[in-house]
Design a protein around this ligand. Structure first.
Ligand SMILES: [Zn+2]
Length: 286
């Protein structure tokens, strides 16, 4: 049976990204702002597009398909999801459900996985936004329990203090907006790669290039400069990928796009490969 998330539940959270006024859900087919009549239609898959013109992100449907398969079928990020779910704190009293915003959600697999955990009897209600329409189309076709929108995090289409948790997983951050969107006791969780993230790929693909090494120092410094009460947790694990999964990984990581073709070809011929995931999970309380 085809399900679509109960849109009316989310309608009061929205504000017009153009003029900042509240929005009416107009029987679920579109959102209309109450002040100026700016209108944003819902697609038949249920997402809303808040961009007035499309943005080229460099991330296309092929990438999102590969990422979806690697996360969904290979469980590539399962340990990461468990770690984040364990870190999430949510209001201990009050409403049954708490709210998570995934900023830069791509094709939605991270948010959907995180909304699937049992939080001591509480459920998480998820909203995902991304600049990439391809990502949001895929998310809204695949996951029917969350709310998806094509939107710019710099002009997020939500009122102030709507979310208990804001996630930013391998995605750019806008700290002023994150601060505005979080409830007063809200929590920001940002995931950035560490030096050993996909290290096998780096070292195999680049025999002599600065891309062989990586440091997240600048990203971590920006986080601590912008977020009060922060701490971080390191997570490192290794997954063995089969040939199909290696192909998906190569399709989804920008690391492979500009690599020498002969190295990419060699990697594609491998039957399996051990791949390291090494990340910092940065946590900030408002
Ligand atoms: Zn408006």
């Amino acid at each position: 049976m085809k399900r679509i998330v109960d849109f009316s539940q989310f309608a009061p959270m929205f504000r017009c990204p153009l003029c900042g006024s509240s929005m009416d859900a107009n029987s679920g087919r579109s959102l209309i702002c109450t002040e100026r009549g700016h209108t944003f239609d819902r697609s038949r898959h249920g997402y809303v597009n808040f961009l007035t013109k499309p943005v080229k992100t460099g991330y296309d449907a092929v990438l999102f398909e590969a990422r979806s398969r690697l996360i969904g079928e290979c469980q590539f990020f399962e340990p990461l999801h468990h770690a984040i779910a364990n870190l999430i704190s949510y209001p201990k009293s009050g409403q049954e459900a708490f709210t998570i915003l995934d900023s830069g959600c791509g094709e939605g697999s991270h948010l959907n996985a995180l909304c699937g955990f049992d939080y001591a009897g509480r459920t998480a209600t998820g909203a995902g936004i991304d600049l990439s329409k391809d990502g949001i189309v895929k998310a809204s076709r695949t996951f029917k329990d969350q709310m998806w929108a094509v939107a710019d995090v710099a002009r997020a289409p939500f009122h102030d203090r709507q979310f208990d948790v804001v996630l930013s997983i391998f995605s750019p951050s806008n700290y002023a907006e994150f601060h505005r969107l979080l409830k007063d006791d809200g929590m920001l969780i940002k995931v950035v790669p560490r030096k050993d993230y996909l290290i096998e790929l780096r070292q195999f693909l680049y025999t002599d290039s600065p891309r062989r090494t990586y440091s997240n120092m600048a990203a971590v410094e920006r986080f601590t400069a912008n977020v009060e009460h922060s701490h971080h947790v390191r997570l490192r694990y290794v997954k063995t990928l089969d040939r199909q999964a290696i192909h998906w990984l190569l399709q989804m990581t920008p690391l492979a796009w500009s690599a020498p073709e002969d190295r990419v070809r060699l990697l594609k011929e491998m039957k399996s490969a051990d791949i390291t995931v090494d990340v910092d999970i940065l946590i900030g309380m408002k």
